[in-house]
Design a protein. Structure first.
Length: 77
């Protein structure tokens, strides 16, 4: 199963040199992919990640403003 799929910016692919991982990903692109310094990369996960439990709440940011906070997975269920 594919752990995640790069969505944005278009043109990114997983590195075959480093392999796949559920909590980290090395992405590559061709010279024709326009990437800029400080640009965000968005991945669509296909597997829940236990590693998220090690972090605090997720912060939802829109237009540089904090919009909401989300709890990570709850193991008590």
């Amino acid at each position: 199963m594919v752990e995640s799929q790069p969505l944005s910016p278009r043109g990114l692919t997983s590195s075959t040199l480093y392999g796949r991982s559920t909590n980290q990903e090395m992405l590559t692109s061709s010279d024709s992919t326009q990437l800029y310094e400080d640009e965000l990369v968005f991945l669509r996960p296909h597997q829940s990640e236990r590693v998220m439990l090690q972090f605090g709440k997720l912060l939802v940011i829109r237009n540089h403003q904090l919009q909401d906070t989300w709890e990570t997975f709850d193991l008590t269920y």
